[in-house]
Design a binder for this molecule. Structure first.
Ligand code: NAD
Length: 288
């Protein structure tokens, strides 16, 4: 198996933080990208942000002005799911909810061609479960990017029980063609990274609830002395507390309420308040 050819159509469903990053990377690698979101304003914002990012990369000499212009021209909005009928690959990056993902993939399957690959960027939901209701569950695979997508090389290519080896291999090779460092993984709760990361967040919440230090102190200690690139609270602000909380809930449930993965009531309150982090302008920190 080889990567999907350049110029293939990649549909990105969900144009939030992850969808925009995935679209940016795919278009820069020479693929034609269609961006869809139930909120059209999210698509417009993503297109605007990606254009700005290409502009910055061109200023820094990381791509030429011509490359930036060509990549921008390869991006287009999709007004509805039926507009992505010509996709060779769909990457779904919508809300972290099994039922919603299943219903979007069911709609997509009715629209796309037989050989179109369906990929989910889910952080934690069983790829096997997302695929189970499809007519062709073998074509669905996890393509799990990390935030911010343009900067983070790792992509977990996750096979569910029904995923075909050819599909996983094509997505692996395509991620490489996009300049990423893919790894194969099986569908287990949280996969590799989000499983290992749970205790990092959980201990942060425990430290905070025991008043060992405030969020900024704990972040600074882990960043400056612990060697982590970001502390737990600034990282959760980047990820989005809604997304991070859903992932913890999903891993907790998938391991039959193993107390090691118990979600934090403090984080639940932040979600209730809409203090989602960078994307809402306020989390543990305030953003411009
Ligand atoms: P986000 O909230 O920034 O964006 C999600 C977008 O999906 C929103 O614009 C929303 O309008 C749209 N959407 C919701 N339901 C939809 C539907 N039915 N059809 C089309 N669009 C719909 O979220 P995000 O951070 O980009 O996360 C998206 C997915 O990526 C989630 O599954 C999440 O778990 C996963 N993920 C997130 C991160 C992260 O750090 N944020 C990292 C890896 C994976």
């Amino acid at each position: 198996m080889t990567a999907l050819p350049e110029n293939s159509v990649v549909a990105v469903i969900g144009s939030g933080a992850m969808g925009a990053g995935i679209a940016q990377v795919a278009a820069a690698a020479g693929y034609r990208v269609k961006l869809y979101d139930t909120r059209p304003e999210a698509v417009s914002k993503a297109l605007l942000d990606i254009g700005k990012m290409y502009g910055k990369l061109a200023e820094k000499g990381r791509m030429t002005a011509q490359q930036a212009q060509d990549a921008t021209a390869r991006l287009q909005p999709a007004a509805s799911l039926s507009d992505v009928a010509d996709a060779a690959l769909v990457v779904e990056a919508i809300v972290e909810n099994l039922d919603v993902k299943r219903s979007v993939f069911a709609e997509l399957e009715a629209v796309v061609s037989e050989d179109c690959i369906l990929a989910t960027n889910t952080s934690s939901i069983s790829v096997t479960a997302i695929a189970a209701k499809l007519r062709h569950p073998e074509r669905l695979v996890g393509m799990h990017f990390f935030n911010p997508v343009p900067l983070m090389a790792l992509v977990e290519v996750i096979s569910g029980l029904a995923t075909s080896a050819d599909v996983a291999a094509t997505v692996y090779d395509t991620a490489q063609a996009w300049g990423k460092m893919p790894v194969h993984a099986k569908s287990t709760p949280g996969f590799i990274v989000n499983r290992v990361a749970r205790p990092f967040y959980a201990e942060g919440w425990r430290l905070l609830s025991e008043q060992a230090g405030d969020a900024a102190t704990i972040d600074a200690v882990l960043r400056e002395a612990g060697g982590f690139r970001m502390g737990p609270f600034e990282l959760m602000d980047l990820i989005g507390h809604d997304v991070n909380f859903s992932v913890t809930q999903s891993v907790f449930g998938a391991y039959f309420n193993d107390p090691r993965f118990t979600p934090s009531v403090l984080q639940q309150e932040m979600v209730n308040a809409g203090f989602l982090g960078r994307k809402s302008g306020r989390g543990f920190y305030h953003y411009g």
